[in-house]
Ligand binder design. Structure first.
Ligand code: GRF
Length: 193
C-alpha cells in the first residue's frame, strides 16, 4: 500500500454551550481536504447543548464539564486537551468566561466568534442593542481571545445591513448565516490556506 501523504491537520477543540450551528459549520469545513484543521473534541459546560448531537453524528469525542467551580473545570479541560494533543481552541457559542490562567496556557491559540462588529456590542444581547441603538449595520467578528471579554485582536469581520423592519430574530438569523462562512474563512486566513 502506498504510504499516506496526507498533510497533518491542526488538532482542534470546539467549545459550545447551545445549538452548535457554528460547530456544524466548522465540522463541515474540517472535512474538506484543504482545511488546515481537524476537530478532535467537542467540549461543553452544558449536557443539554443541542450541539452535542453533532459530536455523535460525526463521531467526535465529547466531554462535558460542570463550571460551578471554574478552576476545577479548567484544570480538567487542560488535561483533556493535552491528552488529545489539541493545538487550537474555537469557542463557538461557549457561554462561560475562561480565566486568564486558562487563556495563558493556550496563548494566541483560542479563537471566538461574536455576533456584532466588535468593538461594538461586546457581551450579550448584541442584536437587541444594535437595533435599540438604531445602527444601520451590524455583523459578526472572529477574534483571538484574551483575558478581556470580546476584546482580542480581530481576525475577520462581516458586515450586514439592518433593514427597516428588522427584528432581533431576523437579524440574528441573518448574522448567523454569515458566521457560518466567516469562522472557516478566519481559520484559513490565520493558517494561510
Ligand atoms: C452565535 O451567534 C455566536 O456568535 C455567539 O453565540 C451564538 C452561537 O450559536 N457567540 P450556535 O450555538 O453556534 O448556533
Amino acid at each position: 500500500m502506498a504510504p499516506s501523504t496526507g498533510i497533518k491537520k491542526i488538532k482542534t477543540a470546539v467549545f459550545i454551550s447551545g445549538t452548535g450551528s457554528n460547530l456544524l459549520s466548522l465540522i463541515k469545513f474540517s472535512k474538506l481536504k484543504k482545511s488546515p484543521i481537524s476537530i478532535n473534541i467537542v467540549i461543553s459546560n452544558n449536557a443539554k447543548s443541542k450541539g452535542l448531537n453533532y459530536s455523535k453524528q460525526f463521531k467526535i469525542k465529547k466531554k462535558i464539564y460542570n463550571f460551578k467551580i471554574r478552576n476545577l473545570a479548567e484544570k480538567k479541560i487542560l488535561l483533556e486537551l493535552k491528552r488529545n494533543e489539541i493545538d487550537l481552541i474555537c469557542l463557538a457559542g461557549f457561554m462561560k468566561i475562561l480565566s486568564k490562567n486558562f487563556i495563558d496556557n493556550f496563548k494566541g491559540k483560542i479563537l471566538n466568534i461574536h455576533p456584532s462588529l466588535l468593538p461594538k456590542f461586546k457581551g450579550l444581547n448584541t442584536h437587541e442593542r444594535a437595533l435599540k441603538n438604531k445602527e444601520n449595520f451590524s455583523g459578526c467578528t472572529v477574534h483571538y481571545v484574551n483575558s478581556k471579554l470580546d476584546s482580542g485582536k480581530v481576525i475577520l469581520q462581516k458586515k450586514v445591513k439592518i433593514n427597516k423592519n428588522e427584528t432581533s430574530k431576523t437579524l440574528r438569523d441573518k448574522i448567523l448565516k454569515q458566521e457560518h462562512k466567516l469562522y472557516p474563512e478566519a481559520i484559513k486566513k490565520i493558517f494561510n490556506s
